[in-house]
Structure formats: C-alpha cells, structure tokens
Design a protein around this ligand. Structure first.
Ligand SMILES: [Zn+2]
Length: 416
C-alpha cells in the first residue's frame, strides 16, 4: 500500500489545533498539554497493536511480527514553549503511518516486529535535561544528577514526573525496551538552513555533534551605581559580556563548530546597582571530540582571564555533555538510496541539534536519521515550517527507508 503522506499532514494539523495557541506549540513535557497530545495520539489507533508507557514515560506502540526482532521508528511529541508544529511530531506521526501501512501489507503480521516510540521529554525545555526518556532507554541517565532539577516555578523534576505517574527511582527500567531492538529510524525536520540553501527536500544524517553544556557564574561585588567609581567596580556582567563575545572567535576556528551563550541572569538585577553576580550558560558543539575539548579549554581560560580583568572570580559547573555520535554506515546507505529514489538527489550532513537517535545509537542499536528541509532554517519557533510537497516526499522516503531496513533485518533473522 502506498504510504498516505496527506494523512500525516492532516494529523499534524489536528495536533497543532489541539495543542498550540497564538504563540505556537505548547506541548512542554510533563505538562497537561503534553499529556493531551499523547492521549490524542493513542486515540487514533484502531490497529491490532499493543501500547504501553515504559518506566521513563516513553510511549511504545508495538505491532508484533513473526520475529521478536524489532524495527523501531519514532521521535518526540513534546515541544519547547512557543514551539513549531513539526519538530518531533513529524517523526512520530510519519512512523505511525508507516506502521499502519506495514500492518495492512502484511495482514497485521509482518516478518519482524514494528514499534513506534514517542520519547518522553526530548527537549528538556522545563528542567534543562534534554533526551530524558531516550537516555533512560539507553542506560546513560544519571538520576542523582537530575533528581533535584527545578523548573522556574520551583517544582522539582522528581515531583513533575510523579504527577505523570513516573517514579524517578525506576526510570532505568526503561532499558528493558532495548531487548530485541534491531534498528532505529527517525525522520525529523532539519531545523537549520543547509538543505534549503542546496534546494534539496531531503538529507541523510551522518550523526549528531557532541555537546558541552556548562553553567558559568561570575562573582563580583554589588555596589551603588551612583557612588561607586568606575575604576573600583567589580562588575560581574562586564566579565560575562567579554566571554559572550569571545566564544564566537573560539568557534570560528573550526568549520562546523558552534558556541552559544544563551542565558544571562544578573543579580541584584536592578537599574541602580553594579552587577554582583552574573549567571550564564554556554553550549558548544562539534562533530569532532578533539575540537570540542579544545574549545572547552579555550573558553575556560578566557573566562578566567576576563574575570581577573574585571576583579571578579568565575566558577563553572557542567550541566550536561554528550560525545559526537556517528550513525550506522549500512543504514546511512539505505537512507541515501531511499532519498535518491524519492527525491532524485541526496545530501549527507551532520546534525547540530541533539536528537533521541543519538542516545539510541550510543546504546549500540544501528540507527540513522533522515532530515527534511526547514523553511528559512527556523525551528523552536512558531514560524517553523516545511513545504507540503517536501513533507510528502519525506514521508514517502522514510517509508522506503523503513522497508529497506525491514528487509535487511529480516534477512539477518535467517542467520540467527
Ligand atoms: Zn525535535
């Protein structure tokens, strides 16, 4: 049965109508709107599939095949606040459409098991912890480091999970879902400008860049803005601002590297006081682990130099990091074929944004991602969009990729 890409688009529109407001998508993980999106996804079922939420809140929809070996397709339904209508949802809804088509073609009994996963809290928008559910699945989640995270209203992560029936102590049990996993495929919007600039609808993702994410706090001296002469000030914001400018030349030494100071908080944060404390965050990414390490060393040295220049001190604490993760060579080839057969031309590129696929690949499961073009490269923004014809091609190409992978896994079956 040819895959029904129009149904995927109308599903995406229905989900947007249900979970977005004038500012964009509001499916923040562990929120009532997110639960509503998940309930909606479950309600559109109507197939002979098994469904459950695992110990970390990941949603699994399983069509049992002749073999227990499983082809997993998925992405995430959660969004950032004021997010777009495609980020994550495209991958989940396309995966479900492909499961539906395979169910029909194989009279509900494919040669291998097909599973659709909606990962819990990919974005980390509320607690700053990205890839929550997929890292629990992959066995890399550190409960101790994350238990006491709080959101801006003072709610602890542990408490927010409990309200969604997830016990933080038990999330490691999600690793049980890895049993029989043979391959993982994820379709996602690019969220960047590369494919659009090349006039290509689709691309093959080689892997995800490594990330170093740190909280950097400069400590100076709060002082009256009228009475404190410039020469004796210990202005924590001045030191932070120098660093914010310096990360650009640090990243630009490397072709694919990026570095961002995305958050700055000043204390006391009033118009009549010199800033005594300035809290910033730094996020750096590259495909090469050595490049990433050298950028980190440079940024740290620069922060100490600027702190000294401004009579301040600086301390660093790691928020989170992940090494660069290359995808599976065989699946990259399948993905490339599927893209060429569907769209005529293909392009291979790394992913700067993180994806659940990185955690799955890191767990040793053969993995690949397919990207579809993002208009103006925009994402995490209500303006996020992709041409309807490109969405259609994406679903068709992803269906091809799924079928190639299914054949490959089925052939391996004979040898087990
Ligand atoms: Zn996403």
């Amino acid at each position: 049965m040819p895959v029904d890409s129009l149904r995927v688009i109308s599903d995406l529109q229905a989900l947007r109508a249900l979970t977005a407001n004038d500012d964009g998508a509001q499916r923040i993980a562990w929120s009532p709107t997110w639960l509503k999106a998940r309930a909606w996804f479950q309600s559109k079922n109507g197939l002979p599939v098994e469904h459950h939420y695992d110990a970390a809140g990941n949603s699994w929809t399983t069509l049992q095949g002749d073999s227990d070996r499983a082809l997993i397709l998925g992405s995430h339904l959660d969004s950032v606040p004021n997010g777009g209508w495609l980020d994550g949802c495209l991958g989940v809804l396309a995966a479900f459409e492909i499961l539906r088509g395979l169910a029909e073609d194989f009279q509900n009994k494919p040669p291998i098991t097909i599973r659709v996963v909606d990962w819990a809290d990919e974005e980390g928008a509320r607690f700053g912890r990205s890839l929550f559910g997929s890292s629990a699945f992959g066995g890399t989640h550190t409960i101790e480091a994350d238990r006491n995270r709080i959101d801006r209203d003072g709610v602890r992560l542990e408490e927010a999970l409990r309200r969604c029936d997830v016990e933080i102590e038990g999330i490691g049990k999600a690793a049980a879902e890895r049993t029989n996993a043979a391959a993982y495929l994820e379709l996602h919007i690019e969220q960047g400008p590369v494919l659009e600039a090349m006039h290509l609808p689709l691309g093959v993702v080689l892997g995800t860049k490594g990330v170093e994410r740190h909280a950097i706090t400069f400590h100076g001296q709060e002082a009256h803005s009228g009475s404190t002469p410039m020469a004796v000030r210990r202005d924590a914001l001045a030191a932070a601002a120098k660093l914010a400018l310096e990360v650009r030349p640090i990243a630009r030494k490397h072709p694919d590297a990026v570095a961002t100071i995305g958050s700055v908080k000043t204390f006391p944060g009033i118009v009549t006081a010199v800033v005594g404390r300035c809290e910033t965050t730094l996020d750096m990414r590259d495909l090469d682990a050595g490049v990433l390490a050298s950028m980190l060393t440079e940024a740290r040295a620069a922060s100490e130099r600027f702190a000294a220049e401004e009579g301040c001190t600086v301390d660093w604490s790691k928020i989170w990091s992940i090494e660069p993760i290359p995808f599976d060579a065989r699946l990259i080839e399948f993905c490339d074929e599927a893209v060429r057969e569907t769209a005529g031309a293909s392009h291979r590129l790394p992913s700067g944004p993180l994806h659940d696929a990185a955690e799955v690949a890191r767990a040793g499961i053969p993995t690949v991602m397919m990207f579809t073009q993002s208009l103006a490269g925009l994402s995490h923004n209500k303006a996020e969009n992709t041409k309807a014809e490109d969405l259609s091609l994406a679903v068709q190409a992803f269906d091809r990729l799924a079928r190639k992978t299914l054949s490959w896994v089925s052939t391996q079956e004979g040898t087990h």
